[in-house]
Every structure is written in structure tokens, then in C-alpha cells.
Design a protein. Structure first.
Length: 131
């Protein structure tokens, strides 16, 4: 399958996962705060950090599979455009305090999640090299 095909399939999977995960989290928490989107952005950031570091650190992952997992699944799964819209909606509703918290949590925790994903991938790669 060509690279674009791999990305298209991964994007479809990521989009379905985004819908399912976001809906489950919002329904279970019943919150008006966009916890589903926040959780998706955090887990997607962690996953992207892990997948890129791991796949670039080993020849076991082909460029096609790397694109499928990162650009495809992670790209379809993460929701930065939704985050942006929800932030604007909070601001338009005059809920500046919650908008500021949402921005701060999303940015800081997503960056932390990428660092954690990279760190986990490094540990696994180091472990595999020691075997």
C-alpha cells in the first residue's frame, strides 16, 4: 500500500478512537469542562512522543508503519482544532478563568506527556539494546 494509503487508514482509526474516547469521558464525568478533549490531547501527545522516539530509534519500524501510527492514527486522534474551538467558546461565553485553565493545562500537560512518551521509548530501546 502506498504511504498515503497507510496515513488514510490510520487517520480513520484515529478519528473513530477520538470520537469514542471523548464521548466516554464526557459522559462519565458529566462535566461541562472539555475533559474528553483534554484527555485525548494528553494521551495523543504521549503516544506521539513515544511512537516517534521508538520508531526512529529502531529499524524494526518501517517508514510506512511510522506514518500510519504517527501522521495517521495520532493525527486523526488528537484534537487541537477542537481544543481551539472549545477555548474560543469558553472565551465567548465570558468564562475567561476556565479558558485560561484549559489553555494552561492543555499546553503544559501535553508537552509533559510528549516528554514522558519519549522517556518511555528511550527506556525500552535501552532495555532492548542490553538484551
Amino acid at each position: 500500500m502506498p504511504l498515503y494509503g497507510w496515513v488514510a487508514v490510520g487517520s480513520a482509526i484515529g478519528g473513530v478512537l477520538r470520537l469514542a474516547v471523548g464521548a466516554v469521558i464526557q459522559q462519565r464525568t458529566g462535566s461541562t469542562f472539555p475533559l474528553g478533549t483534554l484527555a485525548i490531547n494528553l494521551s495523543g501527545s504521549f503516544l506521539l512522543g513515544f511512537l516517534l522516539r521508538y520508531s526512529l530509534g529502531t529499524p524494526a519500524v518501517s517508514p510506512e508503519i511510522r506514518a500510519f501510527l504517527t501522521t495517521g492514527i495520532c493525527g486523526g486522534y488528537t484534537t487541537f482544532s477542537t481544543f481551539s474551538y472549545e477555548t474560543v467558546a469558553l472565551v465567548e461565553d465570558g468564562d475567561y478563568h476556565r479558558a485560561a485553565w484549559y489553555i494552561g493545562l492543555s499546553v503544559v500537560l501535553s508537552l509533559a506527556a510528549v516528554f514522558l512518551g519519549i522517556g518511555l521509548a528511550r527506556e525500552i530501546l535501552d532495555y532492548r539494546r542490553r538484551l
